[in-house]
Ligand binder design. Structure first.
Ligand code: HEM
Length: 643
């Protein structure tokens, strides 16, 4: 095809698209225009030589006005317009088809629409339910291939596959997906405002997770936090008492949020959130900005249909860019507030050191040293310069990761005990028995002795997991599994919902029944197909990675806050049941915990639609008991924190 001929199809297309914009044809530098449509044209015209073509147009236009009239007539002629329309349509179809073509050897899955793939076949609020339905059709123990527009997704519907890929091949399957390669979104998440959740596996993340484990993740770290956990939970009881039994929904959530963020916040910067106002911190702003950050990363149509990225203004990448600048500014402000609190904690510990006649670089004995305070000390000792810049952001990351996941899980726990009074009573009986009688509230150190309550915890996480389709992992290289090709960077989801509701593995999976975890360590029926302890008895690794719940993720990316979350939320429930009866907000109301009627998928978590419970002081328990419990536990906390 000779593109220099005025009537050739490529000439036609560029002129047409420019005309659509109402802008003059750019005859000079083809890079001059930044606007989205021009970029789209550049992309569409890639296989052809646009420069040659531009010169020829330029020559044409610089001739006389009768030539211009000829061109206008030509452009407006029906044959020209029809061929132009056909060309545009042809290219659109070509792009749509090539975007949504399944990669060669991709796992089987449902047929989709050209250009859209399976995008509109998936349950918007709980995609895991659609993946579950497809698992029955395409095989539960075989990877499922799904196309969301241009995006490739592989869903693992069985524990066997999750273990094979996320654990056994963890060296490969520990990255996060990049639907559009190393684009601006990816750079933003991993470099400009790095969040561990989005980061690929590698030295940065290994280092980050090691620091996390040392401060909040390991059993020893969680034990070091016992006094703070006791006191902060006792403090929440006081807040609940003061709020009164009519407090429900958003107000109740606020109290829970400030409680569940307090221990992580103390662990990272030595202060609870509501004592950080003088650093400029305020919980509502923190929540709003964190939600803004997450919104930015919510997969949008632009990710599935990449050509939409080239739309101008707020619909395409231009809108994302503008928002991301604002979000980055907001998040860095929060990071500075955490950093400032950590410096304050460092200064307090240094002051205590000085008072005790120790040198500045000594580790402060007798006090709790937060992660931030430790890093600042190590930096001062010149042992680590790198973490300095990450410190404030890391603190934000950790507190943000703890916030909504813990709120969602605890809301489900409260709703369940309100709905099933016999379960509530059984937990309370166990708590009172372990704590040594009705008088004393449970201590953090005794949480591990609660057997039925732990079974309850596992059952809550199995029955209504916070992330029903998990957080996707991605292979760092092309891989072949069970004969299927999984391309590098593909989003690989573990369908936690399906795994935890498979009748092959769980007796009456829809029933809420903590006892299943008393009968079997993983809550499974005898001889269950995917019992991790019996799947491969020949290898020790089979039981090493075995677990009761998949709600906290897998392999190298498993939630590093899992132990702290378990400890804190069980402790919270135990103390609440010591102090209060948890009842439906409306007396006699049948609480709806149906998966699609009583729950919703929010921006981040799957949680009860409404926290409709009421906390009433138990008969025999009085206000003073609760105040006394707080002042006693606070004493121990304040001593350790130097408050
Ligand atoms: C009931 C409460 C919680 C649930 C259900 C939960 C669940 C999860 C899940 C599913 C993941 C992704 C795992 C994966 O990719 O395989 C995750 C990651 C993470 N969680 Fe949690 N989490 C909870 C509480 C916490 C707490 C209390 C903290 C901090 C104190 C925390 C910190 C993190 C961090 C930092 C990550 C990112 C890890 C990474 O990507 O490598 N989480 N969590």
């Amino acid at each position: 095809m000779d593109v220099r001929k005025p009537g050739s199809t490529w000439t036609t297309m560029v002129v047409l698209v420019d005309a659509c914009q109402g802008v003059a044809v750019n005859l000079g530098d083809s890079n001059a225009s930044n606007d989205g449509f021009s970029e789209a044209v550049n992309i569409l015209s890639k296989p052809f030589p646009p420069r040659t073509f531009q010169v020829s147009i330029s020559n044409m236009i610089s001739t006389n006005s009768s030539a211009m009239t000829d061109i206008t007539a030509l452009i407006l002629s029906p044959s020209f317009l029809i061929s132009a329309a056909l060309l545009v349509a042809g290219n659109v179809v070509f792009f749509l088809i090539s975007y949504t073509r399944r990669p060669r050897g991709f796992p089987p899955g449902p047929l989709g629409l050209p250009g859209l793939g399976n995008l509109f076949q998936i349950n918007k609020s709980i995609p895991a339910l659609t993946y579950s339905a497809w698992a029955h059709k395409y095989g539960q123990d075989r990877p499922l291939g799904v196309k969301l527009g241009a995006t490739n997704i592989v869903v693992l519907n069985s524990a066997r596959m999750v273990r094979d890929l996320f654990e056994r091949r963890g060296a490969i399957y520990s990255d996060r997906p990049r639907p559009n390669g190393e684009d601006e979104k990816w750079k933003f998440q991993t470099h400009e405002v790095p969040a561990s959740l989005f980061h690929d596996s590698g030295p940065w993340l290994t280092r980050w997770r090691r620091e996390f484990n040392g401060a909040l993740g390991s059993a020893a770290a969680v034990a070091r936090l016992h006094p703070m956990n006791d006191a902060e939970t006792a403090r929440a009881l006081v807040a609940l008492l003061e709020a009164g039994p009519t407090t429900r929904r958003a107000e109740l959530e606020d109290i829970i949020l400030s409680w569940v963020t307090s221990v992580p916040c103390i662990a990272v910067c030595g202060r609870r959130p509501d004592a950080m106002a003088h650093h400029g911190f305020d919980m509502d702003t923190f929540r709003r900005r964190t939600a803004g950050y997450m919104m930015l990363h919510k997969p949008s149509l632009m990710d599935s249909i990449p050509v939409l990225r080239y739309l101008p203004g707020k619909f395409g990448m231009a809108g994302w860019r503008a928002k991301s600048r604002a979000v980055a500014k907001d998040v860095f402000e929060i990071a500075d507030q955490f950093l400032s609190a950590a410096k304050e904690h460092r200064a307090a510990l240094d002051g205590a050191d000085a008072a005790a006649g120790k040198g500045l670089s000594n580790r402060t004995e007798g006090y709790y040293e937060s992660l931030g305070a430790r890093m600042l000390r190590e930096q001062r000792e010149n042992r680590d310069k790198d973490m300095w810049t990450d410190l404030g952001l890391s603190a934000w990351n950790i507190v943000a990761a703890a916030m909504y996941t813990s709120l969602a899980t605890f809301s489900t726990m409260l709703m369940v005990v309100a709905k099933y009074p016999d379960v509530q009573q059984r937990i309370r009986d166990e708590v009172l028995q372990v704590s040594g009688g009705d008088g004393a509230p449970l201590k953090s150190a005794d949480v591990g002795r609660l057997v039925y309550t732990e079974a309850f915890w596992h059952e809550v996480n199995r029955w209504r997991p916070v992330a029903p389709q998990g957080i996707p992992h991605a292979p760092a290289q092309d891989d072949v599994y069970d004969g299927y090709q999984i391309p590098k960077h593909t989003a690989v989801y573990a369908n936690v919902w399906h795994i935890h509701h498979s009748p092959e593995d769980y007796e009456s999976p829809e029933r809420f029944e903590p006892e299943r975890f008393l009968r079997h360590p993983f809550g499974m029926r005898p001889g269950a197909a995917h019992d991790p302890a019996t799947m491969e008895p020949s290898t020790n690794s089979a039981s090493a990675s075995a677990r009761a719940t998949y709600s906290f993720g897998f392999g190298r990316r498993v939630c590093p806050g899992m132990q702290l979350a378990k400890q804190s939320l069980i402790l919270g429930l135990a103390k609440i049941l010591w102090a209060f009866d948890v009842l439906p907000a409306q007396e006699g109301e049948e609480l709806d915990l149906g998966v699609d009627t009583g729950f919703v998928q929010g921006l981040i978590t799957f949680h009860p639609k409404h926290l409709d419970v009421s906390l009433r002081l138990r008969p025999g328990r009085n206000k003073q008991d609760i105040l006394d419990h707080y002042s006693e536990t606070y004493k121990a906390e304040a001593e350790l924190m130097g408050w």
